[in-house]
Structure formats: C-alpha cells, structure tokens
Design a protein around this ligand. Structure first.
Ligand SMILES: Nc1ncnc2c1ncn2[C@@H]1O[C@H](COP(=O)(O)OP(=O)(O)OP(=O)(O)O)[C@@H](O)[C@H]1O
Ligand SMILES: [Mg+2]
Length: 607
C-alpha cells in the first residue's frame, strides 16, 4: 500500500471545492478502499457536546446500528478517545466488551466479524471535532505506518470540520450583519410607526426562519399601545401561548432592565388540526430601552425546519435583535411623537390666531351692531308713524309694510349677533331635560308648517337632572330642531334621544337630534360651527355657533355625525347633576373636562 498516494488523494479531496459532507464521505471511502477497513465512520461532536455517529463509508454495515446512540465525552471507547485526544487501537482479542459502553448490547453479535479496530481523534491544536472509527475484517493488525497515516488523515478531517465551523459562523455573522443593517435602515427611515414595526417583524421572521414574528407595544404614550404587528400567521392554538409568554416576559421587566439584556423562553407546542404533530418553539424577548419596557418581540418556528440554528443560537439572535431595535425604536417612536406634538402645536397656534381674529371681529361686530340698532329703531318707528299720518295709496302702503318687515328682520339679526358676542352669565338651575324637550317639541309642532314632520322621541326614563341655564339650553335645542326642520324642508322624521353616559368617568347627559334632511355637504363640515357660515338664503349662520358656545360654557360639547345623502345627527353632551346635594351653586360644571371656548368635537363622516 502506498501511503503517500493515499495521503495525496486525501489532501486533494480535503482542498477541493466539494461540499463539506461530500469531502468527508470521499475520505472515508478512501480509508475503506485503500486501507482496507470495512468500516470507516465518524463520530462528530454536537452542539450539546455529545458524540454521534454522523458520517460513514459507502459499504458500512455498522452505521445504522451505531447512529442510534449518542455518547458523552468520556463514555466508552469513542468517548475516551475524545476526552484524551489520543488514538486507541485494538484487535478482537483486546477490544473492551461492547466497546466499553453498556448501551451497545446489540454489537455483541456483529463485532466478532472484525479483527482490528482503530479509534482516532479528529482534532487540531485547540479543538476536538470528533472521532474516526475504523474496523477491518481482513486485516490481522494495524502497522505503525498505517497508524501514522490514520492520524495525519484525521488531522485533515479535523481541518475540514474546522473549515465547516468557520463557514457556519461567518455565514451567521453575515446574516446578523445583514439583519442589523436592514433593521437600521428601517429604524432611520421616514416610515410611519406601523410600517416600521411591520417591517421589523418581517425582517426578524426572515432572519430566524420563523413561521411568525410578532411585536406588541406596551407604551401608553403612543397611539399604537397594545397593538400587534405580525409577520406570518400565528396558528389559533398558539395564540394563547404567545399572549401568555408575552405577559411572562413583561413580568420580568425589572430583571430584564437590571441585566440590560432580553430574556427568552422556549416552548414546544403542537399545532392543532391541519398540521398534525408539528412542534413549535416560541421565544419572546422584551424590548427595553432606558429602563422601561417598550413591548415584546416574539417568534415561533417549527422545530423540524431545516437550516435552523439551535435554540441557544435563536435566543442569542432574538436577544440581539431586541437589543438593537430597543434604542432605535425608542428614538423612532419619540420622533414620531415629537412630529405629532409639533403638528398639534401648529394646529393650536392656528386655532389661537383664528380665535383672536374672531374675538376682534366679534368686538367690531358688537360695536357696529350697537351703532346700527338705534337708527334702525328710529327708521322703523318713524316709518310706522308716517304711515299713520300720511294718506298712502295701496302700493305705497305695501312699501311701508316691506320697510317695517325688513327693519324687524334686521333688528332680530342684530339681537342674535349681540347675543353671540356678549358674554352672558350662566344662571344655573336644575333642569329636567326630557320635560324641556317636550315643551319645545310641543311649541314647534303646534305650528302648521311642522305638520309633515314626524317626531320620534326616545327619552331615557330615569334621566338625572342637568345643571344648566335653562333659557340658554332651550335656545340650543330650538336651534338644532330648526336646523333639522330646515334641512328636511319641512318634511321628514326627527328622532330625539336622551341618555345618561359617562365621559372620563364623569356623568353626562347626551341629547341627540337625528334628521332625514340629507346631511351636510362634506366640504362644509369644518365650517358649520363658524359664526356667519350659512348655506341658507335667509340664514344668518349663527345657530350652531351660539349653540356650541353655550354648550361649551356649560362644560359640555357637541358632536356631529354626518351621513351625506341621508341625514345629520347632532349630539349635545351636557354634564349632569347626579347627586341631589349637588344643587345649583355646587361644583361649577366647567371643571368637568372641557375648557371654555373649546372647539366642538366632530365625529368622522359616517361611511
Ligand atoms: N341638521 C342639518 N342638516 C343639514 N345641514 C345642517 C344641519 N344643521 C346645520 N346645517 C348646516 O350648517 C349651516 C350652519 O348652521 P347654523 O344653524 O349655524 O346656521 P343657519 O341655520 O344657516 O342660520 P341660523 O343662524 O338661522 O341658524 C347651515 O346653513 C347648514 O348648511
Ligand atoms: Mg340654524
């Protein structure tokens, strides 16, 4: 046998471009064919430091027997060779029973086939990678030269294993770096928070070959609080476990922030019907930044998936991702919050300027109204007096009538303007809202113009009294009902509902007026509460502005729900007086959560 040619072949294979596994198998086949060993097997060291028979020569008979069992370092002949990193050679006469390992009982029948046995460690200067096991039935002994060849060959095999490890770890590093750079790109992008979180879930699922990755935020300051962002789908029966795991991770908040590193859990679960017998690993880690937990990131993966790392590796990667996104996410969310705050500030500033403009406009209007009012009274009075003293023909009489009618109309407009502008003090008294509505409905519907209007009343029977200026609130209800009447052009259904509600844990009464008048043109919706906004030929545009001012002064607010083409719904929320001792003069209702002069809250258009 030419040792040089054997070693030459082995070196050629070990430096070839073949896949790692193919290289190992080819070398084992050379050992078998050129060195005449029926068996040439390799035990390799697993991640959990146990040796298992993983590679074999083509004609091996023992592989199927031996690959069932994994041995610890130090256990049996293979374990001893691994531990001492020194080769052992035996003949059938001196080989320890069952290779020195109790669990190989079934070997008793097959071992006598072989005459010589070689166990050589696969190691380099620092690491042990496994053990080469060779057995021959045709050889009587192993010569010193062969032992040297076997040990050189084993070093070469060790080198292949080391290359494999290096390849794996550099692949891992590249994946990690690629993942981190992708995450960095997302976190510094101008995307909205939802898109950022969805993308992070997607990248994490991809990096860890997971069936799903899900992020849940636990941040009261952001609108997304409690929301979940998932890539992939969570099987129904895993959902509860995911929630449970998230809660457990959040419980560890203190520990997680103290250790400044995320904590994960592994759970093996079987997915329900449809995917029988699939076992999942679920890992969750807290996203912690500056000692506060922003939320959790959880991933689930089928256990038997190929190309997956071990659990330890998963934890490490998930932890790294959680750590990386923690500070980035905190910054991104704060930026978004800042952007929102700036926008709100801008809005508030614009509103302030608008209010200021309106205030000076109001003052000016009040002055002008005062100036006009007296001459108007004079014009009206003198016209009537002239009409009485001078004899006029019928057409001239008609002119006088028109003058007095228009003067009266102008006077009432002026009164309304002055009403709107002046700060009338509120005279609080207990008010039975249902009774007040009933009185107004009676008053309005006695007019024959209202005969085609059907009024549906849905009054809450045990409505607590409101604490309000009854005259002013009456005006609000009349304005609302008149608007509905006008929108329906005197024909249709008005539904009035009263109910008791809680707003910010304070008791309120909600009075809604719904009509079938076709609703408000969406483009006008933003303006309807502005003074002098009207779409009516003879409207003044003060009804809603006055009503809103009154309701806001009462510590309440008005909501609008508009259904274009169908009708409008106006809801007035008034603070109510629930306890009998809260009589007039009790706590001022303005303290109930809305500030004076606040703009009305408008609901979105109904779909
Ligand atoms: N129920 C409603 N249905 C449809 N449009 C409405 C309704 N209520 C109000 N609007 C719209 O809002 C505008 C403003 O209403 P507002 O009551 O302030 O003024 P107005 O009714 O036009 O005049 P007035 O000062 O006589 O009340 C109306 O012109 C109308 O276009
Ligand atoms: Mg009106």
């Amino acid at each position: 046998m030419n040792f040089a040619s054997v070693l030459g072949k082995v070196i050629e294979i070990s430096h070839s471009n073949l896949e790692i596994e193919a290289r190992i198998k080819a070398i084992l086949n050379i050992v078998s064919a050129d060195l005449h060993f029926d068996e040439a097997l390799i035990y390799s060291l697993d991640k959990d430091k146990r040796l298992s028979c993983r590679f074999n020569n083509r004609s091996s008979l023992l592989f199927d027997l031996l690959s069932d069992y994994r041995c610890h370092v130090g256990e049996g002949v293979v374990g001893t060779v691994a531990q001492k990193r020194a080769p052992l050679f035996y003949t059938l006469k001196d080989i320890p029973a069952r290779l020195g390992c109790l669990f190989y009982a079934h070997l008793d029948e097959v071992l006598p086939r072989y005459k010589v046995f070689a166990f050589v460690p696969l190691a380099d200067d620092s690491f042990l990678y496994g053990v080469l096991f060779a057995a021959s039935s045709s050889r009587e002994a192993i010569s010193p030269g062969e032992k040297v060849v076997l040990s050189i060959l084993s070093r070469e095999l060790g080198g292949i294993f080391r290359t494999y490890d290096l390849l794996l770890s550099s692949k891992k590093r590249i994946t990690e770096l690629a993942t981190l750079s992708e995450l960095g790109r997302i976190l510094t992008s101008t995307m909205g928070p939802s898109a950022i979180l969805e993308n992070i879930a997607l990248i994490t699922a991809k990096a860890l070959s997971a069936s799903f990755a899900t992020i849940k935020l636990d941040l009261a300051f952001i609108k997304l609080n409690g929301q979940r962002f998932t890539s992939g789908s969570i099987a129904n029966n895993l959902e509860a476990r995911v929630l449970d795991l998230e809660a457990r991770v959040l419980d560890l908040e203190a520990e997680a922030s103290r250790l400044r590193q995320p904590v994960g859990f592994a759970e093996a679960l079987t997915a329900e019907a449809g995917e029988p017998g699939e076992t999942f690993t679920i890992l969750a880690a807290p996203i912690t930044a500056k000692d506060r937990t922003l939320g959790t990131i959880t991933l689930g993966r089928k256990l038997d998936q190929p190309d997956v790392q071990d659990d330890q590796q998963d934890r490490y990667l998930l932890g790294m991702i959680a750590n990386y996104i923690s500070s980035g996410l905190d910054n991104a969310l704060l930026n978004i919050k800042l952007r929102d705050a700036l926008r709100e500030l801008g809005d508030a500033q614009r509103r302030l300027i608008e209010n200021e403009k309106l205030r000076s406009l109001g003052e000016m209007t009040a002055n002008i109204a005062h100036e006009i009012k007296n001459p108007l009274v004079v014009i009206g009075g003198f016209t009537k007096r002239l009409a009485k003293t001078v004899h006029l023909d019928p057409s001239e009489n008609r002119y006088v009538e028109i003058i007095t009618k228009e003067v009266t109309r102008l006077e009432s407009i002026l009164t309304e303007i002055l009403n709107y502008v002046k700060e009338a003090p509120l005279l609080f008294e207990r008010c039975d809202v249902n009774a007040l509505l009933e009185e107004i409905v009676y008053l309005l519907s006695s007019d024959k113009g209202w005969s085609a209007v059907q009024i549906v009343k849905r009054y809450a029977p045990d409505l607590p009294p409101a604490l309000c200026d009854v005259q002013q609130i009456k005006q609000v209800f009349i304005n609302m009902l008149m608007n509905s009447f006008e929108a329906m052009r005197g024909k249709g259904t008005i539904t009035i509902t009263t109910e008791r509600t809680d707003i910010s844990e304070k008791p309120f009464i909600a009075i809604s007026v719904r009509d079938t008048g076709g609703g408000i043109e969406p483009a006008y919706l933003d303006n309807i509460f502005n003074p002098f906004f009207t779409t009516k030929e003879r409207g003044i545009g003060l009804g809603l502005a006055i009503s809103n001012k009154i309701v806001v002064h009462h510590g309440g607010y008005i909501e609008v729900k508009n259904t274009p083409g169908e009708g409008a719904l106006f809801v007035m929320h008034l603070p109510c007086q629930e306890k009998p001792e809260d009589g007039p003069g009790g706590a001022p209702p303005q303290t109930v959560g809305w500030t004076r002069g606040e703009r009305p809250v408008r609901l979105k258009d109904a779909q």
